[in-house]
Ligand binder design. Structure first.
Ligand SMILES: *Cc1c(COP(=O)(O)O)cnc(C)c1O
Length: 223
C-alpha cells in the first residue's frame, strides 16, 4: 500500500474534528513529498536538526509539529517555524521556548506533556508539578508561548483496558486544568494522544490529535 492510501485509510476512521499528525521521523523527504502531493500538510518529527533540514528543503506550507522530547539547547533550530511543540515537560524548557519565540517575534503553541504511562522511561509532568508551574509568576509572565492543550503516551502493552484508563486519565487532567486555568480560553482544546498501535482507543477516550508514524510510512529502522 502507498503512503496516501495509508493516510486515507486512517482518516476514514477518524472523526472529522480529530487531526492526524503524520509522523515522518527517520523517513526520507520523498516520502513526505508523496503525502504532500496527495494533499497532506501536517507532519511530526522528533529530532530538531532533522526537522530543520526537512523544513528547509520542503514546501513552506507544511505545518511542522515537534512531537518528541526536546532539549533546551535545540529549541533555537525550530523556533522560527514550528507550528506546535507537543512535549513540554518542564518550566525550564517552556522558558527557553518563550525566549526563542520572542527573538523570532512570534508566539509558539505548545502542549504540556503528562506522564500517564506505568513505564518509568516516558517523559512528562506530574499533576502537582503542572499545577505549580501554571501558578508560578514565571509562567504567567511568559507572553510568547501559548498552551493549547495536553499530550500523553500510554504504556506499550496489549492490555487495552490499561491503555484506555491512561488516556482517560489525561482527559480528566485536561478537564481539571481547563476549569482551573484556561476557563473560557477557546484555544485550550487539544488532547494529543494515540499512535499507530492505540489511536482507536485514544479516539474513544477523547483524543483531538493522533500522532501516527509506522501505519503510514512503514516500520522505522531506528527511532
Ligand atoms: C514516533 C512517535 C510517534 C509515532 O509512533 P508510531 O507507533 O510509529 O505511530 C508518536 N508520538 C511520538 C512522541 C513519537 O515519538
Amino acid at each position: 500500500m502507498g503512503i496516501i492510501e495509508n493516510i486515507n485509510k486512517i482518516l476514514e476512521k477518524l472523526p472529522k474534528e480529530v487531526k492526524l499528525v503524520a509522523v515522518s521521523k527517520t523517513k526520507p523527504q520523498e516520502d513526505i513529498l508523496e503525502a504532500y502531493e496527495g494533499g497532506y500538510r501536517i507532519f511530526g518529527e522528533n529530532k530538531p536538526q532533522e526537522l530543520l533540514e526537512k523544513y528547509t528543503n520542503l514546501p513552506k506550507d507544511i505545518e511542522w509539529h515537534m512531537i518528541g522530547h526536546l532539549q533546551t539547547n535545540k529549541v533555537k533550530y525550530i523556533a522560527p517555524f514550528v507550528s506546535l511543540i507537543h512535549a513540554v515537560d518542564s518550566i525550564k524548557l517552556l522558558k527557553i521556548i518563550n525566549k526563542e519565540a520572542k527573538k523570532n517575534e512570534r508566539v509558539i503553541d505548545c502542549l504540556l506533556q503528562f506522564h500517564i504511562a506505568q513505564e518509568e522511561t516516558k517523559f512528562g509532568l506530574g499533576y502537582e508539578e503542572a499545577i505549580e508551574m501554571l501558578n508560578s509568576k514565571e509562567f504567567t509572565e511568559m507572553d510568547s508561548v501559548r498552551i493549547v492543550g495536553l499530550m500523553g503516551m500510554a504504556t506499550n502493552t496489549d492490555d487495552e483496558k490499561q491503555v484506555a484508563d491512561e488516556f482517560a486519565c489525561l482527559k480528566s487532567i485536561f478537564a481539571q486544568l481547563k476549569d482551573g486555568f484556561f476557563h473560557g480560553k477557546e484555544y485550550f482544546k487539544e488532547i494529543s494522544m494515540g499512535m499507530s498501535g492505540d489511536y482507536n482507543i485514544a479516539i474513544e477516550q477523547g483524543s483531538t490529535m493522533v500522532r501516527v508514524g509506522s501505519s503510514i510510512f512503514g516500520h522505522r529502522n531506528y527511532n
